[in-house]
Design a protein around this ligand. Structure first.
Ligand SMILES: Cc1cc2nc3c(=O)[nH]c(=O)nc-3n(C[C@H](O)[C@H](O)[C@H](O)COP(=O)(O)OP(=O)(O)OC[C@H]3O[C@@H](n4cnc5c(N)ncnc54)[C@H](O)[C@@H]3O)c2cc1C
Length: 404
């Protein structure tokens, strides 16, 4: 039996340090500027591509880590630098995750590298599920996929909203319904390859946080993609829809499969923000003097820091457990992936608020990073499944009852 250890291995430690150095020297110094500009930080993505951090090879290496921990480790470090820039750099991995989750090995080989391009010709990818009337309820997507048998093409029509890299991505993975009467079981993921006519960016959203990450509507108007762009293939979709029509239970739902795989990774970003805020507040509390002593000498402040550190570490342990379970094929019996996202997201919001409190007035102004971390943290209770939806998943998993 393998020896049990919670220590990271040599490879993981080395990559963690490499990513941390990049986050420290390149991402963090640029964070304020790109938050204010609310634009995609192309120069930073270029830097990341130059050193191989923004590349299919690196992401594939992370996905391949047999412990499953590398992806969250890397995401924590990046978001420690800045969550908005981290998402601008790693938003493409959402598209890749969609391809990995639903594509055949041939489709992975064809499409996943195109999500990143090369350092000289950088590409972006997006994963588009959410719609104006279908956020948490992904079973009610209206975007339609109609099959044109004569041309072996799928025709996509609909509007996606809140899409990270939406419209500026070269490659979009779009979840659409081939048969709306079947709910999630009539849905499938389609690759919309670079340069495809009929896909366009709609409104770009101005946001509270993660403002270096581009979020926009994606409008699909008679967008035609070749038959091979249906991830998993038509036979599999036909079989699934036939089973659904016969009333049999579904094995996999296209969007849910992707979210399950990506939740601990997204949760790790929340851990990164929370850790950044905790570390900053700790140093500040040691340096800031009031009433003739450092404010950390007051239990009120020291105990706050204790709770912050404890929750950050607990979040990370939940994230690593879920990532390890996912990679090693363990059965999620209590919604462990959702648990990690729920706890890490709410911890990030709570810890960053405590950090503002510890910095007092300095915590509230933009010259200091803490208010930005608080704004950035809030999205982690909303996207990739809101906290309420995570609770629903966990409640159903632990009880076996279909709680509404
Ligand atoms: C910055 C940003 C980036 C995003 N990036 C992407 C992306 O790249 N791709 C993508 O597809 N989507 C993306 N999203 C969309 C995101 O996943 C959705 O916003 C999220 O799933 C919630 O959907 P909604 O906003 O429609 O809220 P709603 O589903 O309308 O929920 C509103 C409120 O009702 C609650 N609620 C809903 N149903 C229930 C229920 N059954 N029980 C209890 N409470 C419930 C929710 O928890 C929430 O509090 C992004 C969103 C944002 C803001």
């Amino acid at each position: 039996m393998a020896e049990f250890s919670l220590e990271l291995n040599e490879d993981q430690l080395q990559i963690q340090k490499w990513v941390h150095d990049f986050a420290d020297s390149v991402i963090r110094p640029a964070a304020h500027e790109w938050d204010e500009r609310e634009e995609t930080p192309w120069p930073i993505i270029e830097e990341a591509a130059k050193i191989g951090l923004y590349s299919f090879e690196f992401v594939a290496n992370c996905f391949a880590d047999p412990t499953g921990l590398l992806l969250p480790i890397v995401n924590e470090e990046m978001a420690w630098g800045d969550a908005g820039i981290a998402l601008a750099i790693f938003g493409s991995t959402l598209g890749v995750a969609g391809i990995f989750a639903n594509g055949t090995p041939e489709q992975v080989v064809e499409w996943a590298p195109q999500c990143f391009g090369t350092p000289d010709d950088i590409k972006l990818a997006a994963f588009a599920v959410s719609e104006p009337d279908a956020g948490s309820d992904v079973s009610s997507l209206r975007t339609r996929a109609l099959y044109d048998e004569a041309k072996d093409e799928w025709v996509l029509n609909g509007t996606k909203t809140w899409i990270t890299n939406g419209g500026i991505a070269d490659l979009h993975v779009v979840v659409a319904s081939a048969d709306p009467t079947l709910g999630s079981r009539g849905q499938a993921s389609f690759v919309v390859p670079p340069g495809t006519p009929g896909i366009a960016q709609g409104q770009k959203f101005k946001k509270m946080g993660i403002r270096a990450s581009h979020t926009a509507e994606v409008v699909l108007t008679d967008c035609r993609v070749p038959g091979r762009c249906l991830l998993g293939g038509k036979d599999k979709l036909d079989e699934r829809m036939a089973r659904a029509r016969e009333g049999q239970r579904a094995k996999v739902q296209a969007a849910m499969a992707t979210f399950e795989a990506s939740r601990p990774t997204v949760a790790a970003q929340a851990v990164g923000i929370a850790r950044a805020a905790y570390e900053y507040a700790l140093e500040y509390a040691k340096a800031r003097r009031q009433f003739g002593r450092a404010i950390i000498e007051n239990q009120a402040i020291a105990f706050k820091l204790v709770d912050m550190k404890t929750r950050v570490d607990a979040s990370r342990l939940l994230v690593h457990r879920a990532a390890w379970m996912g990679r090693t094929g363990k059965t999620f019996e209590a919604g462990e992936g959702s648990m990690s996202k729920l706890y890490a997201g709410e911890t990030a919001v709570w810890v960053t608020e405590q950090a503002i409190q510890i910095l007092g007035g300095y915590g509230y102004v933009r010259e200091y990073p803490v208010e930005r971390w608080h704004r950035d943290s809030k999205i982690y209770t909303i996207f990739e499944g809101t906290s309420e939806i995570q609770r629903l998943v966990i409640a159903r998993a632990i009880s076996g009852v279909h709680i509404q």
